[in-house]
Design a protein around this ligand. Structure first.
Ligand SMILES: *[C@@H]1O[C@H](CO)[C@@H](O)[C@H](O)[C@H]1NC(C)=O
Ligand SMILES: *[C@@H]1O[C@H](CO)[C@@H](O)[C@H](O)[C@H]1NC(C)=O
Ligand SMILES: *[C@@H]1O[C@H](CO)[C@@H](O)[C@H](O)[C@H]1NC(C)=O
Ligand SMILES: *[C@@H]1O[C@H](CO)[C@@H](O)[C@H](O)[C@H]1NC(C)=O
Ligand SMILES: *[C@@H]1O[C@H](CO)[C@@H](O)[C@H](O)[C@H]1NC(C)=O
Ligand SMILES: *[C@@H]1O[C@H](CO)[C@@H](O)[C@H](O)[C@H]1NC(C)=O
Length: 822
């Protein structure tokens, strides 16, 4: 009794004394916001990232101020005030936020948050890692590559920074051999770390910078520098995959287990890759490392920042999602003219699952493209069942006898193994299985661990089976089975009904004795093989797992007047570079290529396209680049049928519904149209500040503290922000929405505006037609008036289309959540 009490007391004390990592924003402008005015740094305009001398002086100054604040704080709170207080600061952030990461107890964090020099304190949270075919699917070769002089120049001199799991510098997608030499690039000055496993020469011009950030991961106590590589080396595969999608070399053959699956190419094969490793194999990452990576990337001069990562759920804690420290940092990245692309998250198909929040970020959902790897099983009675698996066909034209795992058993069995999982050869009678197709079952053990397809191969090879026929249990049927490379003839019948057909056929032709033991096997089949891709030509669908809107403005899930996600790009079964040392995905251990899915895979498609756009329009703001991609995205297929979104169904194929802006943002990326949008909607830093000031729940003080900028005297409305979408979370009566478009084509063009009103809302537009001039006359104001005609909490959607007489066309989606008459 007494002992227990003492123990409990000790645990409680440990709890309050335990220090964890916190990020602290402090008062004072980060480098990209600095407006001059300090002694020794007077008279400077905003510091350009290339003015290294000034930047160095200023960051030294910021670090000193940060340390003074910390010293004073810990002196006050420590009993021993004579000596220098001890604390561990992991990072100083200077460029896009002024602050640091430090270890604090919960009590210290609360106290520090009250310090007048402190703007915000946020606890560290974890983040996770959230193509042969896609560039062609997106029509790059005919379009933008051709216009920019072919793939050999596509993305020239543009630097894409990827915050990810690092890179495999030996991968052919990143080789500079045989490429036009990459000269020096004065706009970029990132370092190249060297380590035994990441030797000198790993940065080869194509890979222009490579650094790693692990201070917060190390503090977690799980970091093992040998196992996770304390260097830019990719020990996972994910970072190499995303980098190859954005900017991998053109025409690199994808070969897995000796089978050629086509040639891979990045979206911008000539762009440079800057590696900022902040995610690690097995453990994922920690947000203080991610912010350090972004801070450094902006300091180094990247043009585009690609973030294929996100929290598993909204991090919570801060005042608003938009003032979350990561989002404040990314706002200042945008201030420094860096376009930020972020994965929407893989929490779909449920509402409010996007984990990328702010209007200054382009948030990417995952689409399913038109490629599939169909495989077939032909039964002895001529019925053909569809299935999948990247496996060769059975040899020869003939049929093979089928045997079910349960009918092939021998001996006592093994309590650790379910026979139908086919994980252990010794469970089976080799004489019975030899030369036959073995029927195994895809059970939950394959999804939650304990069973693997690799082990199935070992079992079947040891038994001398002719191949694998895998059926699914009906309760597993709803879960996804991705085609994976398989070295022997095989097929997975993913549909539960077809699995029933096969088992029925098998049982009809199997003779059993009085005890139910199978004695004669009459069922036969052959496998067609599933290594050849089939392109249906159909438009993208929103992937089931892709996170959906509406966007939230705080961590109480209050809805924002912002559309998320913003655009859809291919993110389902994407081939990309892999590292043979990757261990997280059992299907691709030892391989140089992997076909994987996620909004992580969609994000670098947009980053790569942005590089092509930036090359063509070097002076455009991040908002302008985003506008070009988002307003020209497709909302319907080539026959005018609305794009579809995958939703949950009972069976193995998802239900399809017309995709809404909360599923796909502006729609599916259309590369050629993005290159030539005609008109754009632009916005700059002050517009975002005004938006923050006008967002209910955020005070002007919070805005100025976080961003260093003051709110205007008259606050507008959050819906005034000049973004290429209209989203109103609560329409009370009438709302007037201004938008401004800018002609970026060399000729004046007359546009007509047409629209589809959302249900229960009347829309009027002024003017409905205008001529977008060039030069001074290029800006055109449009006023949308939206009036609720019926009270309703059902979200309704509309669409505005601008059609120019010279052929340009852009679209702005409307999403109205709650509606009331007054
Ligand atoms: C810094 O870059 C700006 C453009 O970004 C350029 O105008 C300026 O000349 C550069 N300054 C130096 C010292 O290179
Ligand atoms: C780190 O990982 C290596 C390789 O797996 C292992 O040999 C070593 O024991 C690990 N170190 C610690 C401290 O866990
Ligand atoms: C793949 O690229 C190679 C050059 O690297 C080329 O010879 C080959 O024809 C390409 N194959 C296909 C199917 O595109
Ligand atoms: C083959 O057998 C299955 C299972 O008994 C049955 O559903 C199917 O209709 C048969 N096919 C033909 C062509 O008879
Ligand atoms: C392959 O694609 C074509 C369209 O190109 C489609 O008609 C056919 O059904 C597809 N085949 C399979 C087995 O999916
Ligand atoms: C919808 O708006 C009405 C009127 O402003 C309000 O009373 C109600 O709480 C709102 N409902 C939701 C779900 O936001």
């Amino acid at each position: 009794m007494t002992l227990n009490k003492v123990k409990f007391h000790n645990d409680a004390m440990l709890m309050t004394l335990r220090r964890e990592v916190y990020m602290v924003l402090v008062v004072g402008e980060p480098v990209v916001v600095y407006k001059g005015g300090l002694p020794g740094l007077t008279g400077t305009a905003e510091l350009a990232v290339n003015a290294t001398d000034l930047v160095h002086k200023y960051t030294t100054y910021l670090t000193r101020k940060q340390d003074e604040l910390l010293d004073n704080f810990f002196k006050k709170s420590s009993s021993n005030s004579s000596s220098r207080p001890s604390y561990t600061k992991l990072y100083s952030y200077h460029h896009i936020v002024n602050g640091f990461a430090v270890e604090l107890t919960a009590e210290e964090a609360d106290l520090l948050a009250k310090d007048p020099g402190v703007v915000q304190v946020q606890k560290s949270y974890r983040v996770q890692k959230a193509t042969v075919h896609t560039p062609y699917y997106l029509q790059l070769p005919q379009g933008i590559w051709a216009q920019e002089g072919g793939y050999l120049g596509a993305g020239e001199n543009i630097v894409i920074g990827l915050v990810d799991t690092g890179i495999d510098p030996t991968h052919p997608s990143f080789s500079s051999m045989g490429q036009k030499p990459y000269g020096p690039l004065t706009s970029y000055h990132g370092k190249c770390e060297v380590a035994p496993e990441f030797p000198l020469g790993s940065c080869n011009g194509k890979i222009i910078g490579a650094q790693h950030f692990a201070a917060a991961a190390s503090k977690d106590g799980v970091f093992n520098a040998t196992l996770y590589f304390a260097s830019p080396l990719d020990g996972d595969g994910h970072g190499s995959h995303t980098a190859s999608t954005a900017a991998g070399n053109h025409g690199v053959p994808v070969i897995v287990n000796g089978v050629f699956y086509g040639n891979a190419s990045g979206m911008a094969p000539r762009a440079r890759i800057a590696v900022y490793k902040a995610l690690y194999r097995l453990i994922g990452g920690f947000i203080p490392d991610v912010i350090a990576a972004c801070d450094q990337a902006v300091a180094d001069g990247v043009d585009i920042l690609s973030l294929s990562l996100g929290p598993n759920s909204p991090p919570g804690g801060s005042i608003s999602t938009f003032l979350n420290i990561l989002d404040v940092a990314l706002l200042n990245a945008v201030k420094a003219s860096v376009l930020v692309v972020q994965a929407a998250g893989n929490g779909g198909p449920y509402d409010q699952t996007v984990t990328s929040f702010s209007p200054w970020i382009i948030t990417v959902g995952a689409g399913v493209d038109d490629r599939s790897y169909p495989n077939t099983l032909t039964l002895g009675n001529t019925t053909v069942l569809p299935g999948t698996l990247l496996a060769p066909p059975t040899k020869g034209p003939f049929l093979y006898n089928l045997i079910s795992a349960n009918d092939a058993m021998q001996g006592q069995g093994n309590p650790l193994y379910t026979p139908s999982d086919c994980q252990l050869a010794s469970l089976f009678n080799k004489l019975l299985v030899q030369g036959k197709l073995m029927i195994c079952t895809y059970s939950f053990n394959f999804i939650f661990g304990g069973a693997s397809m690799q082990q199935v191969v070992s079992t079947l090879e040891a038994l001398g089976a002719a191949g694998l026929v895998m059926v699914v249990e009906s309760d597993v049927a709803g879960s996804k089975f991705d085609p994976i490379p398989f070295t022997m003839p095989g097929i997975v019948i993913i549909d539960a009904m077809n699995s029933e057909v096969l088992l029925d056929y098998y049982s009809k032709l199997t003779t059993r004795d009085a005890n139910g033991i199978a004695v004669q096997f009459g069922a036969q089949a052959k496998i067609g093989g599933g290594q050849i891709a089939n392109y249906s030509g159909q438009a993208q669908q929103v992937a089931l797992f892709s996170s959906r809107g509406p966007d939230i403005k705080d961590f109480n899930f209050n809805q924002a007047d912002i559309l998320k996600p913003n655009v859809l790009a291919p993110g389902y079964l994407i081939w990309g570079a892999w590292t043979p040392i990757g261990i997280d995905n059992p299907n691709y251990i030892g391989q140089r290529w992997a076909m994987i899915s996620g909004t992580s895979m969609a994000t670098p498609h947009v980053a790569g396209l942005a590089a092509l756009l930036k090359e063509k329009y070097p002076l455009w703001s991040p908002a302008a680049l985003a506008s070009a991609m988002v307003t020209t995205a497709d909302v319907q297929d080539s026959r005018g049928v609305p794009l579809q979104a995958q939703e949950v169904s009972g069976g193995s194929t998802p239900l399809l519904q017309n995709a809404t802006p909360f599923d796909m943002g502006g729609g599916a990326l259309n590369v050629n149209a993005a290159l030539n949008p005609g008109i754009i909607l632009d916005a700059g830093i002050q517009d975002y500040i005004n938006f923050l000031c006008a967002t209910s729940g955020i005070t002007p003080r919070q805005v100025s503290a976080s961003t260093g900028r003051l709110c205007p005297k008259t606050l507008g409305r959050s819906t005034d922000l000049n973004i290429p979408s209209i989203t109103i979370s609560n329409l009370q009566g009438t709302r007037v929405i201004p938008r401004t478009v800018k002609n970026i084509s060399p000729k004046p063009e007359t546009y007509t505006i047409t629209w589809i009103s959302p249900a229960d809302v009347a829309v009027t537009v002024k003017p409905t037609s205008f001529t977008a001039g060039i030069g001074q006359l290029q800006l055109q104001q449009i006023t949308f008036t939206l009036r609720a005609t019926r009270a309703s909490t059902a979200t309704s959607f509309g669409l505005v289309t601008f059609t120019g007489h010279l052929g340009h066309s852009i679209r702005i989606p409307i999403s109205i959540l709650n509606k009331s008459l007054t």
